[in-house]
Design a protein around this ligand. Structure first.
Ligand code: NAD
Length: 424
């Protein structure tokens, strides 16, 4: 088998295959050539490295790291770095391609990339993580660059790791290079509004979708799965705009209250409770599976991939799904969701508020100037709303789901740009 073909992943849907099935369907609508299909499908560079790290007990452990650059057709590639025990090259490749489509949907001048290191950050000390991140950065010195490839945090990494990356890269270049990475701490050139940016984009998409479905926010209910960065801010911002959030959840379970959850109170609770909803008394405890099947207007999966599957899709009762997480709906569930008339605003549109404000961080770093939170929010809201409308129009024009329409908009943009730039 070619190393460019997806390999099977044990026990879960291969995200690369799941992404490719949507890509293939969108391509059929666009009628692009086989040559262009191959150009857009294949990552242009894949780097795999071994990283020997001295652990705190003096032993040396070798970690495997990846960086997949899917596309640089629209501009430098952009994508996060994932530290997790089950990071797999295929997963990184799927996420890299998703970044290409995500950046194209919201019309920002970036291609897509993703990085990962197979490790368990929960079992590592801060010192071990710092050495690992610095070693990873060293091994990627010829890959990263403000005009080439710009990483960011993802699962298992945070502004702290991005600060180490920026420092290591800057030392190697002999000057401070803030724009090499986004998602940095504020004092190091991070952007105001970045923390809540993804949740805010989810809120903008949810309200735009509700408008199309003629759902009045003040008379609507929502359930939000996942109460981390994306889920908690999406819930808070929707709540502030009148939507009654009847259920929230995290890895400890789901909490249901038909009168509505007080989101500010729940956020204050997790802040004091080691980021967990365990023991939360503002709602009756139900399971995460039950949350997905609640009779609500809006469902926001904002925890992890593959939670809406061909097994439970027929039991989903929401009218609108807004995908805060990456890949929460498996490709096998799309058909059922569409047949039931449920509108799903896909991940590559709904959670693109994060990469949009990351782009603003990069712009500010290059300008050497800081924008106010109000300016960041105004500009990102406009980008998200415009992207939503463009995808909605494409869904009408091609008579297809919002998901396939988002891929159509993205693939069309990248293919057209490639035609102008040309190849060899
Ligand atoms: P996070 O770690 O801050 O939060 C994840 C939340 O999901 C936590 O509350 C966790 O307890 C919960 N969770 C974990 N397993 C669960 C389960 N089985 N059932 C229910 N809840 C569970 O992560 P995040 O940054 O909020 O990211 C969430 C999703 O959004 C991921 O898919 C991520 O790739 C995607 N995303 C994040 C951003 C961003 O800017 N943070 C941007 C785009 C996409």
């Amino acid at each position: 088998m070619s190393y460019l073909e997806p390999a099977p992943i044990k026990d879960k849907e291969n995200p690369l295959l799941s992404m490719m099935s949507r890509f293939d369907e969108a391509v059929k609508h666009l009628g692009i050539s086989n040559e262009m299909y191959d150009i857009l499908k294949v990552p242009y560079r894949q780097v795999v490295v071994g990283l020997p790290i001295t652990m705190d007990n003096g032993s040396i452990k070798v970690f495997e790291g990846y960086r997949v650059l899917h596309s640089n057709i629209l501009g430098p590639s952009k994508g996060g770095i994932r530290f997790a025990p089950d990071v797999h090259l295929d997963e990184v490749r799927a996420l890299a391609a998703w970044m290409t489509w995500k950046c194209a949907v919201v019309d920002i001048p970036y291609g897509g990339a993703k990085g990962g290191v197979t490790c368990n950050p929960r079992e590592m000390s801060a010192g071990e993580l710092e050495r690992l991140m610095r070693a990873y950065t060293q091994s990627m010195l010829d890959v990263f660059g403000p005009d080439k490839d710009i990483p960011a945090p993802d699962m298992g990494t945070s502004p702290r790791e991005m600060a180490w990356l920026m420092d290591e890269y800057s030392k190697a270049k002999g000057m401070t290079v803030q724009a090499v990475v986004t998602g940095k701490p504020l004092v190091l050139g991070g952007s105001l509004g970045r923390v809540e940016a993804t949740g805010r984009g989810v809120m903008v998409c949810a309200l735009a979708g509700m408008e199309k479905l003629r759902l009045n926010p003040f008379k609507s209910t929502a359930a939000v799965q996942g109460f981390g960065n994306v889920g908690s801010h999406a819930a808070r911002l929707l709540h502030e705009r009148g939507v009654k959030i009847v259920a929230i959840s995290d890895f400890t379970g789901a909490y249901y209250n038909e009168k509505g959850i007080d989101i500010a109170e729940a956020m204050a609770y997790t802040e004091k409770n080691n980021k967990s909803l365990e023991g939360y008394k503002g709602g009756e405890k139900i399971t995460n599976e039950a949350l997905l099947e609640l009779e609500v207007d809006v469902l926001v999966p904002a925890a992890k991939e593959d939670v809406i599957t061909d097994e439970n899709a027929s039991r989903i009762k929401a009218k609108l799904i807004v995908e805060g997480a990456n890949g929460p709906t498996s490709a096998g569930a799309d058909k059922t969701i569409n047949e039931k008339g449920i509108v799903a605003i896909p991940d590559i549109l709904a959670n693109a508020g994060g990469v949009t404000v990351s782009y603003f961080e990069w712009v500010q770093n290059r300008l050497g100037y800081k924008w106010t939170q109000e300016r960041v929010e105004r500009r990102s809201d406009r980008i998200m709303k415009d992207a939503f409308e463009k995808v909605y129009e494409a869904s009408v024009k091609y008579n297809t789901s919002m998901r396939i329409a988002a891929y159509i908009v993205a693939i069309d943009k990248v293919a057209q740009t490639y035609k102008f730039r040309g190849g060899y």
